[in-house]
Design a protein. Structure first.
Length: 320
């Protein structure tokens, strides 16, 4: 068996590629520069030159943000086109497709601390939320596809090595604390963050099951499957930031701009636990400790000026 990873120039795809390449014999990947996944000819040209055709395809790629904040108008078309092209390939070549979905496929006003796998059907985002709208359409297509080998794996926040320290809460907090800058969050809320290492471990876990004559294999390939990849133990942003700040510099003060709690962004993991009882998530604080070690080693790459300017916080204030 072999694996193809899309979006290897992104945070999740890049980490997954590095993790699997030392554990799987054949791993190929695409990046924004090497393949235009929204163009079937570009993808066909790429795949024709791959010696080991993929038996599992992990779709991590997504439309890029415009200038780092928000999404441009091509987001919808690009996201849909990428998924359709990859689905067609998988259907024609009996390839197992894992689509990394997102809780953003649910209307934001209905986000909660226990969103089930049917929420995207009941509460479709407005077309004005062009990214969430495209994710909802993709989840719908995955569920209705006349193809059994699809896993729509929904994420509610992933953290880990390689994130953008100017835009993501964990590396941003670590970088600020290392520079002696007091961390600020706009509004506290619950997130069901997962460690990117756990996500990578789970993809490998699935790969091994699909590679073997696993007695429970029919459960995975009997029909399109939609599952929330969530721990069931959500954490508040404030608790995460306070843990990081205390671990790095106890003299710093963590402040919250708005005292009311924001809407939770968490998935109900009942289905996941029923199907994958032998998979366990990492200890959350140990995962954060690993991030402190990793990002501390990258201290010289953090711009104190950019951290103090904090364009992402300015953007968050505008939309809060």
């Amino acid at each position: 068996m072999s694996i193809l990873i899309t979006g290897a120039d992104g945070f999740i795809g890049g980490y997954l590629q590095s993790y699997l390449r030392t554990r799987v014999d054949h791993v190929n990947s695409t990046t924004y520069e090497t393949v235009n996944l929204s163009d079937p000819k570009s993808f066909d040209s790429f795949i024709s030159n791959v010696s080991q055709k993929p038996t599992m395809l992990v779709h991590c790629a997504s439309a890029a943000r415009a200038s780092g904040f928000g999404y441009d108008q091509d987001c919808f078309t690009n996201n849909i086109s990428m998924f359709v092209n990859l689905l067609k390939y998988c259907m024609a070549n009996d390839c197992f497709l894992i689509n990394l979905a997102s809780g953003s496929d649910v209307d934001r006003s209905f986000w909660s601390d226990s969103m089930d796998e049917y929420m995207y059907i009941r509460h479709m985002p407005s077309i004005s939320d062009i990214h969430g709208y495209s994710k909802n359409i993709i989840s719908t297509m995955a569920g209705l596809a006349c193809y059994k080998k699809i896993l729509n794996l929904r994420l509610f926040g992933v953290f880990g090595e390689g994130e953008n320290y100017l835009q993501k809460i964990v590396p941003n907090t670590i970088a600020k604390c290392l520079h002696g800058i007091n961390p600020l969050i706009i509004r506290d809320r619950l997130y069901d963050y997962v460690d990117v290492l756990d996500l990578s471990r789970f993809i490998l876990y699935l790969y091994k099951r699909l590679s073997s004559n696993d007695s429970s294999l029919p459960l995975l390939i009997s029909s399109p499957l939609d599952i929330n990849f969530s721990t069931g133990s959500p954490k508040s942003l404030l608790s995460i930031v306070k843990y990081l700040a205390t671990s790095i510099n106890k003299q710093l003060n963590v402040s919250v701009l708005h005292q009311d709690m924001g809407l939770a962004y968490c998935g109900d993991n009942t289905r996941f636990n029923l199907m994958f009882r032998d998979f366990s998530f990492s200890n959350f604080n140990e995962s954060l400790d690993r991030q402190i070690i990793y990002y501390s080693s990258a201290f010289d790459t953090f711009s104190k000026e950019a951290l103090e300017k904090d364009e992402f916080i300015k953007y968050a204030k505008k939309i809060s």
